[in-house]
Design a protein. Structure first.
Length: 431
């Protein structure tokens, strides 16, 4: 490792203490390294605009930063424990290649500034992907709701058979949920789309940095004006991003629960594509829905990441080293959450209903609510109609069909009036 920028003369660096201080920085910074390089390029442009760098020095820095990014992508450069973190690796490489010009890259910055802008760029990228995946899931659900709008399926409350439902109603629920998830991801992206580059350790620097230029160069929607707020937003913005992700993984968990039940031998309503199941290592007679079970588990990682960051934020204003731990939280939360969501569109597009099992599970009692409502329409007070329907639930299905029950479900959003046009318009507005 090269000399530490902050190392004081005559003070030896204790290896164990330094290892504790560095934590997993080198490993985690591999995830953010390309964003750190991009931010360093923008910062160099800003330094040249205020006379800290010459045009030739800027050209050399940009050339070497581009080469470092290419070497990192190809594996020719490895970020490892030769370096304290990603930022020191960038400076070491530039100094090795360019001498004093490389040493100037840190002018007007702090390591905190560097990780803050790199993770902010990374969060923007992940939130954009979350919005896109949510929109993709919503589209599949909308299309299947249209195609299967009157497919009878059992409707459950309290995990007990309740009423006749439909494929259209099941799918439309997920369609609306993931439209909302896409909107939430976009709204959160708009919140975090603020450039902290140039705020240093939270108090600015004695240089007239061209922060407007770096904001445009990095593609941020706005500049985060206050250096103090740049520090206050660290953790707060990460928490908001994880909450947006958590909204989607909560819905994923409930989809996975439905499919876990529906694919069991006791229900048998759904057949999964073969690649979503695995064989048992000890029981030759069965296939296990491992993919949906691990999807079901994913929200736990997102919730854990959210909790970790929330607990970090019991801090006074200003930069505190505690915030280093927020990198690992967002890395693990988004790493697991998005990986699970990436598999969801194809799963939903290819699962198959087993119509014979669906119809066989619709029993007479599931028409009792229809009987009670019809009596109420005829003028019987609902409490009396309810009691009569409950007493005769064993015969409520006589002369009735699932299709008839669904056709009579005319409340807005119900099986006979799904309002898919409204949901599709909201989806189309996503662009």
């Amino acid at each position: 490792m090269s000399d530490l920028l902050w190392q004081k003369p005559g003070v030896a660096v204790d290896a164990k203490i330094q290892a504790f201080l560095a934590g997993d920085d080198v490993i985690l910074d591999r995830e953010f390294f390309l964003h750190d390089i991009a931010a360093s390029d923008a910062h160099a442009q800003g330094l040249q605009r205020i006379g800290i760098l010459s045009a030739d020095e800027l050209a050399g820095l940009q050339r070497e930063l581009a080469q470092l990014a290419a070497d990192f992508r190809s594996g020719a450069f490895v970020l490892d424990d030769r370096f304290e973190d990603g930022h020191s690796a960038i400076e070491a490489r530039l100094t090795e290649r360019l001498g004093d010009a490389g040493r100037k890259i840190h002018t007007g910055r702090s390591r905190n500034d560097q990780v803050l802008v790199a993770t902010r760029l990374w969060l923007k990228e992940k939130l954009a992907r979350l919005a896109a995946l949510s929109g993709e899931v919503a589209k599949i659900a909308l299309d299947r709701a249209e195609a299967e709008r009157m497919l009878p399926i059992p409707g459950y409350t309290h995990i007990q058979r309740a009423v006749v439902s439909s494929g259209g109603m099941w799918w439309s629920g997920w369609a609306e949920a993931f439209v909302d998830n896409a909107i939430r991801a976009r709204d959160t992206l708009a919140l975090v789309d603020a450039n902290p580059l140039g705020t240093a350790a939270g108090y600015g620097v004695n240089l007239a940095l061209d922060r407007d230029h770096t904001t445009a160069a990095l593609g941020f929607a706005r500049m985060q004006v206050s250096p103090v707020y740049a520090q206050l937003s660290r953790g707060k913005f990460e928490l908001a991003a994880l909450e947006a992700l958590g909204g989607a993984t909560l819905d994923l968990r409930r989809i996975a629960w439905d499919l876990s039940l529906y694919t069991s031998a006791e229900f048998g309503f759904v057949a999964l594509p073969a690649q979503y199941t695995t064989g048992s290592s000890i029981m030759p007679n069965k296939r296990n829905p491992d993919v949906i079970e691990l999807m079901r588990a994913t929200h736990a990682s997102v919730a854990a990441a959210r909790t970790e960051i929330e607990q970090l934020l019991s801090l006074p204003s200003g930069y505190q080293r505690d915030l280093q731990a927020s990198k690992g939280a967002i890395f693990h939360g988004f790493g697991r959450g998005l990986a699970a969501l990436e598999l969801l569109p194809a799963l939903l597009a290819n699962l198959e209903w087993r119509e014979d099992r669906l119809r066989a599970a619709i029993d007479s009692g599931m028409y009792a609510t229809d009987v009670a409502v019809e009596a109420a329409l005829a003028g019987v007070p609902f409490r009396e109609a309810y009691k009569a329907a409950a007493a005769a639930s064993d015969t409520a299905g006589e002369g009735r069909t699932p299709e008839g029950s669904l056709a009579a479900r005319t409340s807005p959003g119900g099986a006979a009036d799904l309002r898919l046009d409204v949901l599709r318009a909201r989806w189309e507005a996503l662009g």
